[in-house]
Design a binder for this molecule. Structure first.
Ligand SMILES: Cc1ncc(COP(=O)(O)O)c(C=O)c1O
Length: 365
């Protein structure tokens, strides 16, 4: 692939844009990985070449997120959706309750799975406002005997994001960070468990990253099937069975790219700049574009907005498609428009979207 390859303005919500340099490295190594005469896809997960790739991905994640030594970093399969069930299986014992902060479709799905396995309750919900906000700390109602509190750090569908994470004291905090992990620095030490499907900021679909505090892991229920126990993966460095080797390899390349960019400090600045381009176009449009999220809860990853009518939205999306933009339709459950500006989406793509929005308004306003 030459550097002049024409790339779409990719605003897909996930799977989504990957850094060009990571794709190019994968391409160049596809037939012959580091002189082995075969690709990483064809190698044993027990061999030294793959082991180095695996451990390098873990080391980079630890470095970029500042993960303390008393946490395990695991690579699982089953997507973030399997975590919705694994978390209560492992950490919700009889006689205790799991508290869920409901901020959108994904937290609804998470609590629905937990309900099948034990007692749950809503710590807070933004449903009444159609999930356009994030609850204030005072709105969190934590009950006695809470085994853990679950939040979704970024709501991919509604386009809201926690700015500051809540302080839950001695109650373990768990976060689904599928759609904003590695987009900004945060204190891992606040959480007992963090999970994320890879297919937004980390790499291709097929790998789920779990970061779990060792002392929390020690409290997990041992009487569940082997493949559903976090302990199985922790004990074997996520090599209990065959891991998704190619996905982990590509994730390692994405992590190396993040480091090269200047790690999370630089990535955050870029993400802020990118999101501001689009939010500024919304705010300057005087109601032609209406953002879904209240300003204080705006996601820097998924920017959701509507136009005056569905007809106008269709026209906007058709013109965007014509101009080389991909993935701008809102999630099928909410409609409207959504620009997912994950880490690998370049600033130029956001500038181009801003320009398109301004032009479309001037022609249709
Ligand atoms: C916040 C969040 N959680 C969970 C999921 C589900 O992920 P998966 O498809 O990996 O199960 C998604 C998918 O978009 C998501 O955005």
């Amino acid at each position: 692939m030459s550097t002049t390859t024409k790339r779409a303005y990719n605003f897909n919500a996930g799977p989504s844009a990957l850094p060009l340099s990571a794709l190019q490295t994968a391409q160049s190594e596809l037939l012959d990985f580091q002189g082995a005469g075969m690709s990483i896809l064809e190698m044993s997960h027990r061999g030294k070449e793959y082991e180095a790739v695996h451990n390098q991905a873990i080391a980079l994640l630890r470095e970029l997120l500042g993960i303390p030594d008393d946490y395990e970093v695991l690579f699982l399969q089953g997507g973030a959706s399997l975590q919705f069930a694994m978390i209560p299986m492992n950490f919700l014992p009889a006689g205790r309750k799991a508290g869920y902060v409901i901020t959108g479709v994904w937290s609804e799905k998470a609590i629905a799975e937990a309900k099948k396995l034990g007692d749950t309750y809503e710590v807070a919900s933004t449903k009444a406002g159609n999930h356009s906000s994030i609850p204030a700390p005072a709105e969190l109602k934590v009950e006695a005997d809470t085994a853990y509190i679950h939040i979704t750090s970024n709501n991919t569908i509604f386009g809201t994001q926690w700015r500051d994470f809540p302080d839950t004291g001695s109650v373990p905090l768990i976060a689904d960070m599928s759609s904003d992990i590695l987009s900004r620095p945060f204190d891992v030490g606040k959480f007992s468990l963090i999970y994320a499907g890879a297919q937004k900021n980390l790499g291709p679909a097929g790998v789920t990253v779990v970061i779990v505090k060792k002392s929390f892991l020690a409290t997990a229920n041992p009487n569940i099937p082997t493949m559903l126990r976090y302990g199985t993966f922790a004990k074997e460095n996520s090599l209990y069975n065959t891991p998704p080797t190619f996905g982990i390899y590509l994730m390692g390349l994405v992590l190396a790219w993040i480091k090269e960019q200047g790690a999370l400090a630089a990535i955050t600045r870029r993400n802020e700049e990118k999101a501001a381009l689009i939010y500024d176009a919304i705010d300057a449009s005087k109601g032609f574009y209406v953002g879904h999220a209240v300003p204080a809860a705006r996601s820097r990853m998924n920017i959701t907005f509507r136009l005056k009518s569905e007809e106008l939205e269709k026209k906007f999306l058709a013109e965007a498609k014509q101009a080389g933009f991909v993935g701008l339709a809102g999630h099928r459950s909410v409609g409207g428009c959504r620009a997912s500006a994950y880490n690998a989406v370049p600033v130029e793509a956001c500038q181009a979207l801003r320009d398109l929005m301004v032009k479309f308004q001037s022609e249709n306003g």
